[in-house]
Design a binder for this molecule. Structure first.
Ligand code: SF4
Length: 194
């Protein structure tokens, strides 16, 4: 019997791109506003990002696109009533982007929900191995491209977990904020390497 060889990086990269494209495309769902893939990504991003990251420039870094393109995507979603600009509570000059009620209703029909269900049905061990491998690949690619990595407080070097305090933003964090993605995230594994 011939031994199975490990798949090549090229095959896995093609598979990831194919999975991502298939997961995002399911045509238009009745009762929702038709959105492009970039608009869906922005809507998901602003629903999951913390208060330090809900800006068009942070979204441009997350989506690996230019600030101009990110601003246009945000502007289009604001004009559809799915996102809204709000003044920052502690700084009246800056604005944060918030998902509106209509935006949250749209997210209930997110085309990614089928992919989420398929992944949720995988055995625990497969899901854990997949998440770990993909996180490593994201971190390695970000390093190669000198791009920021997005993550949550639990895995971040800036967190003082005893006090739920962020040393980077010098803020106390609520539980929902600690579960949100952040543009200032620094993976805890880089401790003492910077
Ligand atoms: S602890 Fe890290 S992830 Fe959490 S808010 Fe601070 S910088 Fe962002």
């Amino acid at each position: 019997m011939t031994e199975k060889t490990a798949p090549q990086g090229t095959d896995i990269a093609d598979l990831i791109v194919h999975l991502a494209r298939m997961g995002q495309s399911c045509g238009h769902t009745e009762g929702t506003t038709p959105l492009t893939a970039a608009q869906w990504t922005a809507l998901r991003y602003f629903a999951r990002a913390n208060r330090f990251s809900r800006t068009p420039s942070a979204f441009s870094e997350f989506h690996a696109t230019t600030r101009g393109t990110a601003s246009q995507t945000v502007k289009s979603l604001v004009s559809m009533g799915l996102l809204a600009r709000q003044s920052h509570a502690s700084d009246g000059r800056s604005t944060l982007i918030e998902v509106t009620e209509a935006g949250h209703a749209q997210l209930l029909r997110d085309p990614l929900r089928d992919l989420r269900c398929v992944l949720a049905a995988l055995p625990d061990a497969s899901r854990m191995a997949l998440a770990s491998a993909l996180s490593q690949a994201v971190a390695d690619l970000a390093k190669l491209r000198a791009a920021p990595i997005f993550g949550t407080c639990g895995d971040c070097n800036h967190l003082d977990s005893n006090a739920s305090y962020c040393h980077c933003t010098q803020s106390l964090l609520t539980l929902p904020e600690m579960q949100s993605i952040c543009v200032d995230f620094q993976p805890a594994c880089t401790r003492n390497q910077t």
